[in-house]
Ligand binder design. Structure first.
Ligand SMILES: *Cc1c(COP(=O)(O)O)cnc(C)c1O
Length: 439
């Protein structure tokens, strides 16, 4: 779509011009609403998350059977939440500001099976589909153990079906591994941004990897077309998927439990700020949705995007959602943060979440590697460049006018605040590439 700037209010025009110059921005979402009001416009609620959690529980024995590394969490796909005193000091020194409150890292970078936040959405969606298929084929009867799904008879049925997905890398890894392990034929359509090692990893699992010259949107389009031609093929549609979204949303229940265990309160005197790297929006959107259902107005969720691929910012700012791409703004969509190299945000997520998201901030590519290096040096925690974008979140909140204005407007008492960097990926990055990224 060709954008008609002059139709937009003056303030938006000014911001959009900054966006199109690839300037770093801290954007407060003017559409943000108090929880009760925002929730009225939302088609989903807390019940949907609790239902999603039950599906995880039904599948836990099967996950545990196939992935013994999840045995200590009883087949649940969870990651540690780590308090980071040293990174906080280092960031303060680097930026010359004070970060009030505690700094935590949610380490989805270490999630089992897929090594990224995509383990939550992707595995959830394949489990949901598998349950439906198993019921349709009479494999699962009420009361059956889900371990039945690992028997040869079930696997033969799955082998007769194909799972396909378009990906910049990590969604492909998540969907690819779980689908192949369950016994499906699996095809992953990879965009040009996808890293070579991610393709190799998948091929090692027997997944068919199809490569494209084009960007993520093309990989998705081609994958969707191919899948349509085969009645026994299921396409995981990152742009519109409700089940990916709910899989991500259940992360909020885990956070609630972990904060409780760590004796960290979230209430009026103790607001929670969360910084989430954003690509198409499914992961940060689903997680924000979940957190809002649990913590309401006491949680403030900011999305973080690369300055060359701020698709969610463009969609929210103009109200055009998936009808506008970063290329329409003259940006390249290219970034080192391969997980965030998305030109067009999910319209479903944008519309569902527009009143829940506190704001979006954009980060220059050249700040990604220094951030992951700081985190590795101070805490020994490794994450990939996409995830590194969120490390700047707390710094920017305190350093920038817009951030300080937000805190004031919300009447947040910052002394008791908690800041959570959502580390979205990293575990499977090969040693050699880790070294390059950290140097
Ligand atoms: C996919 C991904 C994201 C963002 O998730 P979206 O659902 O695309 O918004 C962030 N970080 C990493 C490492 C990812 O792989």
């Amino acid at each position: 779509m060709k954008l008609n700037y002059s139709k937009l209010p003056l303030k938006q025009q000014t911001i959009l011009k900054e966006v199109s110059k690839a300037r770093e921005l801290f954007w407060q979402n003017p559409q943000y609403e108090p929880y009760v009001k925002a929730q009225k416009t939302c088609a989903y609620d807390r019940k949907d998350i609790l239902e999603a959690q039950k599906l995880w529980e039904r599948f836990a024995p099967l996950i545990r059977y196939y992935f013994p590394e999840t045995a200590d969490r009883c087949g649940r796909i969870e990651s540690p939440l780590t308090l980071t005193e040293c990174l906080k000091k280092r960031l303060e020194k680097e930026a010359g500001i004070k970060i009030k409150g505690e700094l935590l890292i949610k380490r989805d970078s270490d999630l089992p099976i897929a090594g990224s936040v995509k383990a939550r959405g992707g595995i959830f969606e394949i489990c949901k589909y598998t349950e439906e298929l198993a019921e349709r084929y009479g494999i699962l009867k009420p009361g059956d153990s889900y371990l039945k799904l690992a028997e040869n008879k079930s696997r033969e049925v799955f082998h007769d079906h194909t799972i396909q997905v378009g990906s910049t890398g990590n969604l492909g890894i998540s969907i690819g591994i779980i689908s192949a392990v369950f016994g499906y034929r699996t095809v992953v359509h990879m965009s040009a941004d996808a890293k070579e090692w991610k393709k190799e990893l998948l091929r090692g699992h027997g997944v068919v990897v199809v490569e494209y010259e084009g960007d993520y949107a093309e990989a998705v389009r081609k994958g969707r077309e191919q899948s349509k031609r085969d009645s026994r093929s299921y396409f995981v549609d990152d742009e519109n998927s409700r089940s990916l979204f709910m899989g991500y949303a259940t992360a909020a229940l885990e956070i609630q439990e972990q904060l409780h265990e760590a004796k960290i309160q979230v209430d009026r005197e103790h607001p929670l700020f969360v910084y989430l790297p954003c690509g198409i929006g499914g992961a940060p959107g689903g997680i924000t949705f979940g957190l809002k259902q649990i913590f309401g107005d006491q949680v403030h969720c900011f999305f973080v995007e690369p300055t060359q691929a701020p698709c969610m910012l463009a969609g929210l700012l103009t109200g055009l959602h998936s009808q506008i791409s970063v290329q329409d703004l003259g940006l390249t969509g290219k970034t080192q943060a391969d997980g965030l190299a998305v030109g067009r945000a999910s319209g479903f997520v944008g519309k569902t979440m527009e009143h829940f998201i506190s704001g979006v901030l954009t980060v220059d590519d050249e700040k990604l590697c220094p951030a992951i290096r700081m985190c590795y040096e101070t805490e020994g925690i490794f994450m990939e460049p996409s995830a590194g974008s969120a490390i700047w979140g707390p710094v920017r909140l305190f350093a920038e006018e817009e951030g300080r204005e937000y805190m004031k407007k919300m009447g947040c008492s910052m002394e008791g605040s908690t800041h959570m960097i959502w580390a979205t990926g990293g575990r499977f990055v090969p040693d050699e590439i880790r070294k390059q990224l950290l140097e």
